[in-house]
Design a binder for this molecule. Structure first.
Ligand code: CCH
Length: 379
């Protein structure tokens, strides 16, 4: 492909305003529910709603008993009490979701709108926090292990020191702090719902596909934190990618689709050690990552940092060793080629895989039966 955008190194400001104009002009207005967007109707009250409080009380008591049996007397009495409270909350929430008396989609749409309105931050990277919010949503979900069902987005365990200090999460304090401002406005939302909804808003408002999403995650405890090393190491290659993503339950096609998120954002020397953006338009979600990966010339960058590639023409773009594995490995490559040729196919596959990613580790009973399309009409 030809280089369609202004070289990054030459004009950060020009690029910033160009991509933001795109985001603002073409995307943000369309997706916001406020300011004339489509009105979402709260679900109607279920028949027999008056019996629901009794039902909830019963479920809560049952959950208390179950939690006591499950957790026994391990740990301090205070911890056990908190655990029981969480288990009860999960059970009550499941019933609330099923009966429709939980917060409605319209309530979550208000959170969506507040996040969308907060995305542009003057002076931060390329002018938008969307990329780092996509990364927060992915890292809070990608700890999942499909064998023992630990990890994932349910408990928002990155709030705790062991996980927030895992090397792969460097720099995500910025995203978590940003989301604290939203949490202050909507204290009823769980962190897992907040962070994953943030990832949905960020993709959609950057011009990406609609991501089906639903509420239902609950806040957990420090002992839910999973061991370090569950997220991918960018210095490695295809075997490592399969090892990490197969553990979560993803196949080759889904691995490649998810990797297309690198159209957004950039690497930071003070976070991962790597440097630079993957695309010329790092605040716009598109299939540019695959296009560039396949159609630009790449060579190892000569510098003091970790081994990474740079594009031969402008030397302003980068690829990680794991990115390059997507075109070196034959099975991965066929999907990369498909996505480079057809953005519609990429959007569809990304939407499916990202939606699945954001629900990893959440017991199905905690969700209402159907996913929602937040932010207006599905795209
Ligand atoms: Fe990623 N990613 N990612 N990534 N990532 C980085 C940044 C972003 C890997 C490594 C890195 C996914 C998969 C992988 C985003 C979304 C996704 C960085 C730079 C590294 C390193 C961090 C820094 O320095 O700030 C590796 C390895 C894999 C293996 O597959 C997946 C999956 C997703 C989402 C679906 C986004 C977005 C960024 C940009 C963040 C920012 O702050 O700009």
């Amino acid at each position: 492909m030809s280089l369609r955008f202004a070289p990054v190194a030459r004009a950060v400001c020009a690029r910033r305003s160009a991509s933001l104009v795109h985001a603002r002009g073409q995307v943000m207005k369309r997706r916001f529910a406020t300011g004339g967007g489509p009105e979402l109707q709260p679900p109607s009250q279920p028949p027999g709603a008056s019996s629901v409080p009794y039902l909830l009380g019963g479920v809560g008591i049952a959950a208390l008993g179950a939690a006591y049996l499950f957790f026994g007397t391990d740990g301090s009495a205070q911890d056990t009490a908190k655990e029981i409270g969480t288990a009860a909350k999960g059970a009550v929430q499941a019933v609330e979701q099923k009966t429709g008396i939980a917060k409605s989609q319209a309530d979550y749409q208000k959170v969506y709108d507040a996040i969308a309105e907060s995305l542009e931050v003057e002076g931060y990277d390329d002018g938008s926090v969307a990329p780092v919010l996509v990364r927060l949503a992915w890292h809070c979900s990608g700890t999942y292990d499909d064998k023992d069902k630990t990890g994932g987005s349910n408990y928002a365990t990155m709030r705790f020191k062991p996980e927030s200090a895992h090397g792969a999460n460097n720099g995500l304090n910025y995203a978590r702090d940003h989301m604290e401002k939203i949490k202050a406005k909507f204290p009823w939302i769980s962190y897992g719902d907040l962070w994953t909804l943030g990832g949905v808003v960020a993709v959609q408002e950057s011009g990406g596909p609609t991501i089906p999403w639903r509420a239902g995650r609950i806040d957990g405890f420090e002992h839910h934190v999973t061991p370090d090393g569950r997220l991918p190491d960018a210095a490695q290659a295809e075997d490592h990618l399969r090892f990490i993503f197969n553990r979560m339950g993803f196949n080759d096609q889904e691995i490649v689709a998810l990797s297309g998120a690198h159209a957004l954002g950039r690497c930071h020397t003070d976070r991962s050690g790597f440097e630079g953006p993957w695309s010329f338009s790092p605040t716009t979600f598109s299939n540019a990552y695959f296009d560039l990966l396949l159609n630009e010339g790449w060579k190892w960058r000569k510098w003091n940092g970790p081994a990474q590639y740079e594009d031969k023409k402008t030397k302003s773009l980068m690829m990680l060793p794991t990115d390059m594995a997507l075109i070196k490995d034959r099975s991965f490559r066929k999907y990369a080629e498909k996505y480079a040729k057809d953005e519609g196919v990429f959007f569809k596959d990304f939407s499916d895989a990202y939606s699945k990613l954001l629900e990893l580790g959440v017991p199905k009973a905690q969700f209402p039966s159907q996913s929602w399309h937040m932010g207006g009409e599905a795209k």
